[in-house]
Design a protein around this ligand. Structure first.
Ligand SMILES: Nc1ncnc2c1ncn2[C@@H]1O[C@H](COP(=O)(O)OP(=O)(O)OP(=O)(O)O)[C@@H](O)[C@H]1O
Ligand SMILES: [Mg+2]
Length: 431
């Protein structure tokens, strides 16, 4: 081998090692965050503004030289924390029948989720049905993410975000206890409906309404508050569905405040879920609202195809959803092959093409070329209109009765200004 060839070979090896170490780093970081954190007590949380990602005060000098006076999330939280209920461990033990397996409705990286009943705030009237998430004391996402969840959801308020009712934090003989009490979402998550064959498939129109609502939740995060919020964990399991299939984003343990002033991104160690994270975030830790847009593009393809972002049990060529769909270009004759077989006879091809094009732009390698979530909302509204205009290929009667709740959800969507009759995107001002 010549000296030049050898140099080139060594350089390629180094690059490969670096990128494979980065990929490991990506997953390891998520695991580390799961196992290490979880050692601080609640009173500290109540007083602290730490959540290191969000701790910096925003009254600093911006890169433009102007002074920002917007409050940080921990500062806003201090003003609003009284809205959250603080539960005792015994209250939540009783509510879940001592964390009975019969009441367990899910399990994620943070711990187990239980369906439970709690007393109403004033003690009067019927009990309230809630979902209680219990931190697995072995570690997992841990205390820091628990604090972030409480602080973000204590501040955020939007019909497309899950409502946090309260929390419980206690350190004692039973060890560290961290629990979160949420509004109960009757239809679990989008993931359950897209990939679990035991659950009926969601009809085409419902899929569009769900993804539109999720997009509006993201517009609120990116543009609807004093500070910009980067969600960092957009995926189908974090889109919860209420009894009328209205979507609500959940899990803000990884959320963080966006860059200030003219800065385009913040630099941070990558955490998140493999398969959904943007390349610039995984490779160099550049995090921006456009990283969320990328994850949104992945979920758009999940919604079209009924396939997960990564499926290890498929043939090699089909394991990575984004690689697989490339074989069926959006303008090609084979495009319809990607559509979820469970809805193939009741979707709108025009709308599906529009959505695939949108997904491709969200998945652009260059973050700046991706649309904003506001633009995404506009295109999704158009796709919904394409579908409305093609009633002949609309929802099958059998399914429309199963999803009767959507009539109510239409009303709900209209209230937010996104019903079928309006093309306008809700313009949310960011101060
Ligand atoms: N508020 C809720 N109401 C009803 N079910 C819920 C609620 N929150 C979570 N679940 C159920 O519990 C499951 C687990 O949720 P969890 O957020 O703990 O994990 P995940 O999102 O699947 O994974 P990860 O920990 O990686 O985010 C969800 O998929 C959903 O089915
Ligand atoms: Mg989740």
């Amino acid at each position: 081998m010549s000296a030049d060839k050898l140099k080139e070979y060594v350089w390629i090896r180094i690059k490969n090692i670096i990128s494979s170490e980065m990929m490991k780093c990506f997953t390891i970081l998520k695991d580390k965050s799961k196992s290490k954190r979880g050692v601080r007590s609640a009173p500290e949380m109540r007083n602290q503004t730490n959540n290191s990602d969000n701790s910096r005060t925003r009254r600093g000098t911006r890169s433009t030289g102007s002074v920002s006076s917007s409050k940080s999330i921990p500062e806003m939280y201090r003003d609003k924390q009284h809205n959250l209920r603080v539960f005792s461990p015994s209250e939540l033990r009783e509510a879940t029948n001592n964390f009975s397996r019969l009441l367990k409705i899910g399990e994620g990286g943070f711990g187990s989720v239980y369906k439970a009943r709690i007393r109403p705030p004033d003690g009067q009237g019927d009990p309230i049905i809630v979902a209680i998430k219990k931190l697995n004391t072995q570690g997992l996402q841990g205390h820091k993410q628990w604090v972030a969840e409480v602080q973000f959801l204590g501040v955020l308020d939007n019909p497309n975000l899950v409502k946090l009712i309260g929390y419980c934090a206690a350190d004692g003989e039973r060890g560290i206890q961290r629990l979160l009490v949420y509004e109960y979402m009757q239809n679990k998550s989008l993931e359950d409906h897209l990939f679990n064959r035991a659950v009926p498939a969601i009809p085409w129109k419902t899929r569009l309404r769900i993804i539109l609502g999720a997009a509006q939740g993201m517009v609120y995060l990116h543009e609807g508050l004093e500070v910009q919020v980067i969600y960092r964990d957009f995926k189908s399991s974090n889109v919860l569905l209420d009894k009328d299939f209205n979507p609500k984003l959940s899990d803000f343990g990884l959320a963080r405040e966006g860059p200030e002033g003219d800065l385009t991104h913040v630099s941070t160690a990558p955490v998140g879920t493999y398969g959904y994270a943007a390349p610039e975030y995984v490779e160099v830790g550049h995090l921006s609202t456009k990283s969320d847009v990328y994850s949104f593009g992945v979920v758009l393809y999940e919604l079209l195809t009924g396939r997960r972002a990564i499926e290890r049990n498929r043939p090699t060529m089909e394991q990575k959803l984004l690689d697989w769909v490339k074989q069926f270009p959006v303008e090609g004759r084979t495009f319809s092959m990607i559509i979820d077989p469970r809805i193939r006879n009741q979707y709108s091809l025009n709308a599906a093409r529009r959505i695939a094009k949108l997904a491709d732009s969200c998945l652009s390698k260059i973050a700046n070329n991706r649309p904003t979530m506001n633009e995404v909302v506009e295109i999704l509204q158009q796709a919904l209109q394409d579908t409305e205009g093609e009633t002949s290929s609309g929802v099958r009667p059998a399914e429309s009765s199963k999803y009767n709740g959507l009539i109510a959800s239409d009303k709900h969507l209209n209230k937010m200004g996104v019903g079928p009759s309006t093309r306008q995107i809700p313009v949310v001002q960011r101060s």
